[in-house]
Write a protein that binds this ligand. Sequence first.
Ligand code: PEP
Length: 252
Amino acid sequence: MRKPIVAGNWKMNKTRAEATALLAGIKAEVAGLSAVEIVACVPFTDLDVAGQALKGTNIALGAQNIHWAEKGAFTGEISAAMLKELGVTYVIIGHSERRQYFGETDESVNKRTKAALAAGLQPIVCVGETLAEREAGQTTQVVERQVRAGLAGLTGADWDKLVIAYEPVWAIGTGKTATTAQAQEVHACIRRLLGELAGAEAAAQIRIQYGGSMKPDNAKELISQPDIDGGLIGGASLEAKSFADIVRGALR
Ligand code: PEP
């Protein structure tokens, strides 16, 4: 019913030449594979070469952030129009590293999400609890707050474009993965909440990815869970074979 979606989050890795080589490898690995939506979220400086490399392929181009204003005095920021011009169709919003190191809040996540949707881009909105929050038994509460605030004001067709990434912060880049049961529990909880916010029909269509040390050896089991619709992949997306193996693990 929901087409799985596997997105690579390259973070601040790969020069243009390195990006071109990595994409050539990924393209060769996943050629003709159409049952999974595949996205490469590359650094801003790689967007133009990546856009050229991905034209006419089964891999969509993604960015890692977006500003909410159309233009103006926002040094260091990038607008929706700038991303669209380069062929971007997906954008990661509210990654925990943005929240932790760059002061992103649920409110700024909400503004960025609305700007992306208004421009016809598909947001991948990241939510997830820290280790301290999990240990304090606050996982559900934290994720619910992030979803409610980050998605406040979305209406109608917005919901069809939305992708959510549940990424427990303690699992990102640490080699610690949530168990399938832990991940499925939070995904189901997010979907129930989406039912309340968007209606049952829309909630049943929204893809919810898992992210946090997803690797070829754990992807299949995680993505086989009823409410896990793919992955947002950091470290393992930087190597063509491991990223492609995860994509193959998402085949249903
Ligand atoms: C991420 O950065 O979104 C992520 C999930 O990273 P990693 O796969 O390296 O844990």
